[in-house]
Design a protein around this ligand. Sequence first.
Ligand SMILES: Nc1ncnc2c1ncn2[C@@H]1O[C@H](COP(=O)(O)OP(=O)(O)OP(=O)(O)O)[C@@H](O)[C@H]1O
Ligand SMILES: O=C(O)C1=C[C@@H](O)[C@@H](O)[C@H](O)C1
Length: 188
Amino acid sequence: MISDPQCSTLPHRLNGTNLYLIGMMGSGKTTTGQELAAALGYRFMDTDRLIEQVAGQSVSEIFAQAGEATFRQLETQVLAEVSCYHHLVVATGGGIILEPMNWSYLHHGLVIWLKVSIPNLVNRLAGDTTRPLLAHAALAEKLTTLAQARNEFYAQADLTLTIADNLRPRQVSQAILTALPKILRDDI
Ligand SMILES: Nc1ncnc2c1ncn2[C@@H]1O[C@H](COP(=O)(O)OP(=O)(O)OP(=O)(O)O)[C@@H](O)[C@H]1O
Ligand SMILES: O=C(O)C1=C[C@@H](O)[C@@H](O)[C@H](O)C1
């Protein structure tokens, strides 16, 4: 539940507007998104998990068997469907920001960038084998290269939250709740 009285009118002011979390792999979109959804009384969805349900395969299997281009098509298809609903917190795939068409769906809601330092991402993702773009690569170097190519797209978010390395998921969620009123638009 929302504990800060300043944020207690937030669910009403949001009026069901979806919140889309964007950011690098490991930035905490899923973990934080679940906290945020619970605090707002929203449903939580994760585009990677929805793609896996549609395809009947894991993200790694889709990349290996059908290739990244097919994964990206599925990602756009899933995002288009998700954007038809409301009262959702959506954890998006790290690369969803690369496809211009995806922004037309993301902008149906409010877009929040979880900006996490590369060393912190490395700590979180070391040993994780579920992210195909990080397989067979030196983790810090690969994450740095991806971030350099993507940060200009992540920066198109409505809200950027720079996450201190020691901030727990619940504190990140609380920081989003505190910052959201400042970016609420009149047209939502
Ligand atoms: N604030 C946090 N503090 C410490 N660990 C965290 C925090 N947020 C997430 N983590 C951990 O980092 C890992 C990655 O988190 P998560 O899966 O939520 O990231 P993600 O952004 O959804 O990644 P992806 O885009 O690859 O699915 C998990 O092990 C999670 O427990
Ligand atoms: O950053 C990326 O491009 C990706 C992130 C993951 O969430 C998955 O969407 C997939 O592994 C690709």
